[in-house]
Design a protein. Structure first.
Length: 277
């Protein structure tokens, strides 16, 4: 009988923005470059992301369940599932349903809880939605919050300066909520940004890179996509985080050199070959 499962696949649950280099638009080429098939499940369709002054938006919530049903008919199995920005509590419930139906014994689930930044939740994230996201944490083999999101999920007051011991305590709290491994991304440490890698029973690992410039749209999606594909391909979490952080650093440098507007993300296309070295 014909099988659709003869190649490694990662399902990516995220929005699709036609311009701005974020979400599915970056996950698809990045995961594909790393020799894993990327299968998008769109949560919404946008002409360009919401940081632009105007944009076209089509909510895909009502279409997600029949979309998933067709994948069920095909008998699809995934080595990885990667979740990103979710726009409503209904979408969070649908993602939980998807994970319950498509997560097998060998499926790695990476949840990127795109909820906020700089100490504030995004405008769409109501207290009710934040509580629903906490329930999604227990499904994560790898959880990749930034400091703001780690604080929201653990009900911890946000502050500007963090000691690594304090960040490690946040990671431990997230583990107690059900996530297995945790990467708290982008912790400022002098001239560097540090990613804290927590794995139960192991010493906390710190992966630091020199700041190359201001944060840009879409880099979080690139970060989670590289980690997901690298881990599915057998890399350790620390090595995957190191690869992702260095890739983003060189992409930011190229984007500054090309005078790419901040809204337009990073010109990662120049460097895709680096991901398979």
């Amino acid at each position: 009988m014909e099988s659709h499962n003869n190649q490694k696949k990662i399902a990516v649950v995220n929005d699709f923005s036609g311009f701005g280099r974020c979400s599915i638009t970056v996950a698809l080429p990045v995961i594909s470059a790393m020799k894993v098939q990327c299968c998008p499940l769109p949560t919404s369709i946008l002409s360009n992301h919401t940081a632009f002054d105007s944009f076209f938006f089509d909510d895909y919530t009502s279409k997600m369940e029949p979309y998933m049903a067709e994948w069920k008919k095909l008998g699809l199995r995934f080595e990885g599932i990667c979740t990103g920005f979710l726009g409503s509590k209904e979408q969070i419930a649908l993602v939980k349903k998807f994970l319950e139906e498509f997560t097998g014994d060998d499926t790695m689930v990476l949840a990127d809880p795109v909820m906020g930044d700089y100490g504030q939740p995004y405008a769409t994230y109501t207290p009710e939605m934040c509580n629903e996201m906490k329930k999604l944490v227990e499904y994560a083999d790898i959880l990749t919050p930034n400091l703001t999101e780690a604080c929201i999920l653990t009900d911890t007051p946000y502050k500007e300066n963090w000691e690594m011991e304090e960040a490690a305590q946040l990671a431990e709290a997230l583990h107690q909520m059900g996530a297995d491994k945790i990467v708290i991304s982008g912790i400022p440490q002098g001239s560097c940004l540090t990613n804290l890698c927590y794995e139960p029973g192991q010493e906390v690992k710190l992966v630091s890179t020199e700041k190359a410039g201001p944060a840009r749209h879409g880099t979080g999606d690139i970060f989670s996509s590289i980690i997901a594909a690298d881990v599915v391909n057998g890399a350790s979490l620390e090595d995957a985080v190191r690869k992702a952080a260095e890739f983003i650093r060189i992409c930011i440098i190229s984007s500054i050199e090309r005078e790419i507007p901040m809204t337009d993300g990073v010109c990662f296309e120049d460097h895709l070959g680096e991901l398979v070295k």
